[in-house]
Design a protein around this ligand. Structure first.
Ligand code: ATP
Ligand code: MG
Length: 417
């Protein structure tokens, strides 16, 4: 029989992968909790409208990359391609509009029919946060600062750059749009087919085209920052000042845009050079128009989403999965005496494995493989002296100790690792 396999771009998460993903998720949950963001969980599939209405007909994730299907009641459903629309939908459904601000964090799988490659999957996970009900530039700064602290917790700040830009308010954005179309109209014969299509529907998206010729053309395009009205410009300056105040490094990238209509003002991305063209690890912005598009009242919002696989790929060397201690009996008939020792260690929060199989040398090979820090060894001699032998597997030293004393040593040193 031919072996069954997973769908292209969809992977099993084996213990090692999941260990790394969970490290990323836990860092995210922990730092967002400290910023007073509360975790929520929203469905993995929704009525397709939740995504098609706000994301419109010009976004790739809804037009080209969607997983859309009808269920047995003929309802049109979509596997979620992103988290923000669902979070805002949940916020509106729960009647939280009168109870703002609301700060949320979430994580889970997203689905996009893309060309799979390293850091680009069809089922992937995002960790994200959304701050709803605050239009102040303080909220934008808070959200970027939270993203920055998240990456800092993962030890990634030296591998990552922050790029920011502003799209201004709707008036500024419309003025810019007009200027951009005027400029691009002269290059119609050189633009890629995709960009040519976007020229009429969503010209701002052309700024982020990956096509080389397009990129050359947009290099000299009008600068969006020159089209910000006074209020929008002042708002962007405030955000830059806030980041300076927090010593967060950034560069202003005039071509960084969010193509969707509900975005305004701040757009930002944290990128790395380590993942080729999949270099964006965390991206976000302000989306004041989204709530209205979902049928709700005007509710300002700002947030970001980070790719968990991409972060795990660049941070994995820091996430070694260690075992605190292994228990080894000198002979088979001693193994059962290791069980109460294991029970005691586990109660003390020490990660323990009894190694039953093989001769001594095989047992130490196993200890090495699971990256054990210590071995507790029990033989006839130890039993008669009512002690255990504690071996520090890193430096190879051994000493006879009372079990309680050994536990203290393990507890102190495992947390230093
Ligand atoms: P990209 O330009 O890489 O396609 P995007 O603009 O589509 O990214 P967003 O919709 O802003 O990405 O999603 C936020 C983050 O989610 C991205 O920065 C990335 O880290 C991650 N991400 C997006 N699509 C995928 C995917 N197909 N596989 C893995 N991670 C992804
Ligand atoms: Mg994409």
């Amino acid at each position: 029989m031919e072996k069954l396999r997973t769908v292209r771009g969809v992977h099993d998460l084996l213990p090692n992968d999941l260990h790394n993903h969970n490290k990323v998720i836990n860092a995210g949950l922990d730092i967002s909790d400290k910023y007073n963001y509360c975790q929520i969980e929203i469905p993995i599939f929704e009525f397709a409208e939740v995504f098609t209405k706000p994301l419109g007909t010009s976004s790739d994730i809804v037009t080209k990359e969607n997983y859309i299907f009808k269920d047995r009641s003929e309802d049109e459903l979509m596997l979620r391609p992103e988290g923000t629309s669902g979070v805002v939908r949940a916020f509106l459904n729960a009647g939280l509009v009168q109870d703002v601000p609301q700060r949320f964090s979430y994580y889970g799988p997203m689905f996009r029919y893309e060309r799979p490659q390293k850091g680009r999957l069809r089922q992937f996970k995002q960790f994200g946060i959304e701050c709803l009900g605050l239009s102040s530039s303080m909220a934008d700064i808070e959200v970027i600062s939270l993203g920055n602290d998240f990456l800092c917790r993962l030890g990634l700040l030296n591998k990552i750059n922050l790029k920011i830009n502003s799209l201004g308010d709707f008036e500024s954005r419309n003025n810019y749009r007009e200027a951009l179309v005027n400029y691009l109209n002269d290059y119609q014969s050189n633009l890629s087919t995709d960009s040519l299509n976007r020229l009429a529907i969503n010209p701002l998206r052309i700024l982020d085209s990956k096509n080389e010729v397009d990129q050359k053309i947009v290099k000299n395009a009008p600068n969006i920052l020159d089209y910000l009205n006074y209020k929008s410009k002042a708002r962007f300056d405030d955000i830059c000042k806030g980041l300076d105040h927090l010593n967060i490094n950034y560069t202003i990238d005039k071509n960084l845009v969010r193509g969707l209509d509900y975005y305004c003002h701040t757009a930002f991305e944290f990128t790395t050079n380590e993942l080729g063209s999949q270099g964006t690890v965390l991206a976000g912005g302000r989306y004041d128009g989204l709530s209205k598009m979902l049928g709700g009242p005007d509710v300002p919002g700002v947030g970001w989403a980070a790719g968990i696989e991409r972060l795990a790929l660049i941070a994995q060397s820091k996430f070694v999965n260690k075992t605190d201690v292994v228990l080894i009996g000198q002979s088979e008939n001693i193994n059962y005496l290791l069980l109460p020792i294991m029970k005691k260690l586990v109660q003390k929060g020490i990660k323990t494995e009894i190694i039953y199989n093989g001769n001594l040398s095989k047992k130490f090979k196993r200890a090495n493989k699971i990256k054990a820090l210590y071995a507790i060894i029990l033989g006839e001699e130890e039993i008669s002296k009512k002690v255990i032998k504690l071996k520090d597997l890193k430096i190879g030293s051994e000493e006879f100790l009372d079990l309680n004393h050994a536990i203290e040593i393990i507890k102190i040193n495992k947390d230093l690792e």
